[in-house]
Design a protein around this ligand. Structure first.
Ligand code: SF4
Length: 630
């Protein structure tokens, strides 16, 4: 392949402070493409199940795809992966901003980081050069300060930064790695892996460009995707940012409120897109190369936080920090969300564990004595904001929550298990699968725990081209039926779930954003051209889809080797057995079993031991140990 890749990976050992570069071998490119595919392959090869997340042998990997840093819309993505301390299994996640683009322009496809430094360090990457430097003066600073200080010290505002805040330094298990201040990746606690390695930041700038095999047809193909993406999604859907979805979740009874005691929020008008846009929003932001600015900036105009400016408002802001915790004062939600980014805390898992603790407090399982005097009542801003600081500092009552929902529930006793909303140790997002069942299947089968982004199903969002929905032709293509558009039908959803997981697995490997890599845009077909023009490869649709399937299956084998069993492909008790008490989804539970059966059948996985069949492994050129075979 003559384009798309830099053909250079930096291997960095923080224990010995050594850096060496190696070329990318052709086979890994062909079989795994890049990003998430590379990460899964390298983790399988380098980090056996005996290596624990906080062992120096755990590898923290930053990997781009062949489209990262090119003209393809949304192609700024960097994928970050490691064995995650919160879950004990592989986790990887994708972030935008400009880090991926600049890493490619600096001449690197990936950074593979092992070992542990004795003293805090940071890494600086510039045009084909990698250096490990002393970070003691940055240790203890938050994400925003670190970003500012490293740029100032290098007199270079062009640097893109991946860094951790105090939460990562303190090895809090619900941390992410922050990119360019407010983009994040690494659910399951990858920020803590970075902190454990005493790696404060990676700063990157490159002045080169990504080689393209056939520039002219490539640019034309990019333009076709750009037009389709903007027309279909930006114009129709993202005008209100991703937070415009809140009212839709409310409308179908899928908005997690009060830790999923309810699935509608009575204060929806106070956290709606309309209220935010009219009273707080001051600007829109996009990642590099993206024509669809889906996040926004704000200023708080009055009250306790008057004059406070913040970035990165998304659906997560209002779903997780708002309805999930019963908080409806928008200024407090915005301040709290901004604090999560500042400390480098996971913006899903942290509100999730706070909401869980609130329910335990209401039920009397924990009391004011346990919380160090905090009144942990629903929506209490005076408890939530100080608690976030405690969690980041791993101190006080916050030190308990810093371990995530699963460990808290194990510690606080059997009674709390039913309030603990996690799968495989990772907290669910604030979309309740009793109102939107496809997300329930996605939580149950996602390879990194309860993640909505592995399948990112949107076929229940509204049929016949309703905003955010999937058209009938696409439904048939991914599942063979339009039944999947009916929310409470289970037919076809297992098949659709597997298709979308595989599609997103290669999307995460190409280096593009999930808000664009969608089946409705004709994926995987529409990406075959840009990939082939960029790289000089000759993938066909089937081949590209097969790469995604290979990655999904390899992640599966990795999970089985780390102790996951089919019994873990399930949902929290509340979603399965507690009917929704009110609203549009009243009386519903998530009917997981039929969807799961169809999913296993589609995957050709054994229901008893969870492994792919021999036939499937042969098709994917993998063996049962997860090694590549001819
Ligand atoms: S759609 Fe949003 S998250 Fe995705 S690349 Fe564009 S701005 Fe970034």
């Amino acid at each position: 392949m003559s384009g798309g890749y830099c053909n250079q990976v930096a291997w960095i050992d923080l224990s010995s402070k050594s850096v060496y570069t190696k070329p990318l071998d052709g086979e890994i490119k062909e079989r795994y493409i890049g990003g998430r595919g590379f990460i899964t392959r390298w983790l399988m090869d380098m980090v056996p199940p005996s290596v624990q997340p906080f062992d120096p042998g755990n590898a923290l990997i930053f990997a781009t795809g062949p489209l990262t840093g090119t003209n393809v819309p949304t192609s700024s993505r960097i994928e970050i992966g490691a064995v995650a301390p919160e879950t004990g299994i592989f986790s990887s996640g994708s972030a935008g901003g400009s880090f991926g683009t600049k890493l490619k322009r600096a001449g690197f496809d990936a950074l593979v980081i092992t070992g542990r430094s004795e003293k805090p360090v940071y890494i600086i990457v510039r045009d084909n050069h990698v250096e490990i430097k002393d970070a003691r003066r940055y240790w203890g600073r938050d994400v925003f300060e670190t970003d500012r200080a490293i740029k100032a010290d290098h007199r270079d505002s062009r640097l893109s930064m991946a860094c951790i805040g105090q939460a990562g330094e303190n090895e809090v298990l619900i941390t992410t790695i922050m990119i360019d201040r407010v983009r994040a990746a690494g659910r399951g606690g990858l920020g803590a892996v970075m902190g454990n390695k005493r790696l404060k930041a990676i700063a990157v700038y490159g002045s080169g460009s990504v080689p393209i095999h056939a520039p002219e047809p490539f640019w034309n193909a990019c333009e076709i995707i750009r037009e389709a993406a903007v027309k279909q999604f930006f114009v129709k859907r993202w005008e209100n940012g991703t937070y415009g979805n809140l009212t839709r979740y409310q409308g179908v009874g899928a908005l997690t409120s009060y830790n999923s005691r309810k699935t509608t929020f009575e204060y929806i008008d106070r956290i709606s897109a309309t209220h935010y846009n009219e009273n707080y929003r001051v600007g829109r932001r996009a990642c590099v190369s993206c024509p669809m600015p889906c996040w926004t900036t704000f200023v708080i105009q009055s009250g306790e936080f008057k004059g406070f400016f913040g970035e990165e408002t998304t659906a997560t802001t209002f779903k997780e920090m708002g309805a999930r915790c019963g908080l409806h004062e928008m200024d407090a939600i915005l301040k709290a969300h901004s604090d999560l980014n500042r400390y480098g805390l996971d913006t899903i898992s942290t509100p999730a564990v706070i909401a869980f603790a609130m329910e335990c407090y209401e039920e009397g399982v924990i009391t004011k004595e346990d919380t160090g005097g905090l009144e942990l009542t629903w929506g209490n801003r005076h408890a939530v904001i100080p608690l976030i600081e405690q969690i980041a500092g791993n101190k006080g009552f916050g030190a308990q929550l810093a371990r995530g929902v699963r460990i808290c529930a194990q510690t606080w006793g059997e009674k709390t298990m039913k309030y603990a909303l996690h799968v495989k140790g990772l907290e669910t997002v604030g979309t309740d699968p009793r109102g939107q069942p496809s997300w329930g299947l996605g939580y149950a089968t996602s390879s990194r725990g309860a993640c909505h982004m592995r399948a990112y199903a949107n076929y229940e969002s509204g049929i016949n081209n309703a905003p955010g929905g999937m058209d009938e032709k696409t439904m048939i293509r991914i599942s063979g039926t339009t039944e999947i558009g009916k929310r409470f039908s289970t037919t076809g959803k297992g098949k659709a779930g597997a298709f979308l997981e595989d599609m997103n697995a290669f999307g995460d490997s190409l280096g593009i954003c999930k808000l664009m890599s969608r089946a409705e845009l004709g994926l995987p077909e529409s990406l075959v051209d840009v990939l082939n023009y960029a790289t000089g490869a000759d993938y066909d649709t089937e081949g590209l889809y097969r790469v995604g399937e290979r990655i999904s299956n390899l992640e599966r084998i990795a999970n089985l080797q780390r102790g996951i069993t089919p019994a873990d492909d399930t949902l929290p008790e509340r979603y399965l057995h507690e009917p929704v008490p009110e609203g549009p989804a009243a009386g519903q539970v998530c009917d997981l079993e039929p969807m799961l059966n169809e999913y296993y059948e589609t995957r050709d996985w054994d229901r008893a031991d969870g492994y792919p069949s021999t036939h499937k492994l042969n098709e994917l050129k993998l063996d049962r140990m997860g090694k590549d075979i001819e």
